[in-house]
Design a protein around this ligand. Structure first.
Ligand code: CDP
Length: 227
C-alpha cells in the first residue's frame, strides 16, 4: 500500500513548498487541496455569485462545476476546471483569496470535494496538504504532520511570495488578512483547522523549507509519524 502523507497547517505555514519537496524526494504525487477550494471559488465567481453574500446559492452551482485531477507528465497531477487546466498561480489572486474561506466553510462544498481528494490516492504515493487532511480526508494516512509558524513569520512569507497580495500591500495588512482567514478556518462548524491527535507538530519559525522537508522525509523513511 503506497504511503499517504498528510500535511496540515494554517495559511502561509509553508505547507505547499514543503509538501512539494517531500513528494519529489519520495517519488510521490503532491496535492494542494487549497487549490480545490480556490477552484470552486473561481468557478462560483465566474458564474456571477458572491459567496460572501449568497452562500446558499453556492451549493446549487456545484453540479454544474466540472473539477478534478488528471495525471500529467511524470509525477504531476494537473487540475482541470470546466474542461481547462488551471494552475495554482492563477488561483492565488486577491479576488479568489478574499472569498475562499467563505466557500470552504460551506458544508456542501466540503462534502463535494471529499471524494475528489480521496480519489487522488489511486495515483500512488500521495503527499496531500491542507487543513483537514489528517482529521477528515485521510484519517488513516500513514503519516500526519502539522506545520505551525508565528503570525509574523507567516505574513513575511506571504508578502515575499507575492501573487496573493496586491503591489504595495503592507506587512500589517497581510498579517490582518491571514489572521482573518485563520479565524474563519479555525472556528467553522465543519472540519475546523486543528492538528489530528496523532499528528507530528513541527514549528517552522526560522527553519528553512528544505530542512522541514528533510525532517518529514526522515520520519517517513524511519516509519515514524505514523497514524
Ligand atoms: O496557501 P494558503 O495556506 O494561504 O491557503 P490554501 O491552502 O490555498 O487554502 C485556501 C483556503 O482554502 C484556506 O484558507 C481554507 O479556507 C480553505 N481550505 C480548507 O478549508 N481545507 C483545506 N483542506 C484546504 C484549504
Amino acid at each position: 500500500m503506497p504511503d499517504r502523507i498528510a500535511i496540515d497547517g494554517p495559511a502561509a505555514s509553508g505547507k505547499s513548498t514543503v509538501a512539494r519537496m517531500v513528494a519529489a524526494r519520495l517519488g510521490g504525487f503532491f496535492v494542494s487541496t487549497g487549490d480545490l477550494y480556490r477552484a470552486v471559488s473561481r468557478a462560483v465567481l465566474d458564474r456571477g455569485v458572491d459567496p460572501r453574500r449568497e452562500a446558499e446559492r453556492v451549493a446549487d452551482l456545484l453540479p454544474d462545476i466540472d473539477l478534478g485531477y488528471r495525471r500529467g507528465s511524470g509525477s504531476v497531477l494537473d487540475l482541470f476546471l470546466d474542461g481547462r487546466p488551471v494552475s495554482s498561480e492563477a488561483l492565488r489572486g486577491p479576488e479568489v483569496s478574499e472569498v475562499v474561506s467563505f466557500v470552504a466553510a460551506i458544508p456542501a462544498v466540503r462534502e463535494w470535494l471529499r471524494d475528489r481528494q480521496r480519489a487522488c490516492c489511486r495515483f500512488g504515493t500521495i503527499v496531500m496538504e491542507g487543513r483537514d487532511i489528517g482529521t477528515v480526508i485521510l484519517p488513516d494516512a500513514t503519516h500526519k504532520f502539522y506545520l505551525t509558524a508565528s503570525p509574523e513569520e507567516r505574513a513575511r512569507r506571504r508578502l515575499a511570495q507575492g501573487g496573493e497580495t496586491a503591489p504595495g500591500t503592507s506587512l500589517a495588512e497581510v498579517a490582518a488578512r491571514i489572521a482573518e482567514r485563520d479565524r474563519i478556518d479555525s472556528s467553522r462548524a465543519v472540519a475546523p483547522l486543528r492538528p489530528a491527535p496523532d499528528a507530528v507538530i513541527i514549528d517552522t519559525d526560522g527553519v528553512p523549507a528544505p530542512e522541514v522537508a528533510e525532517r518529514i522525509v526522515r520520519r517517513v523513511q524511519e516509519g515514524q509519524g505514523a497514524a
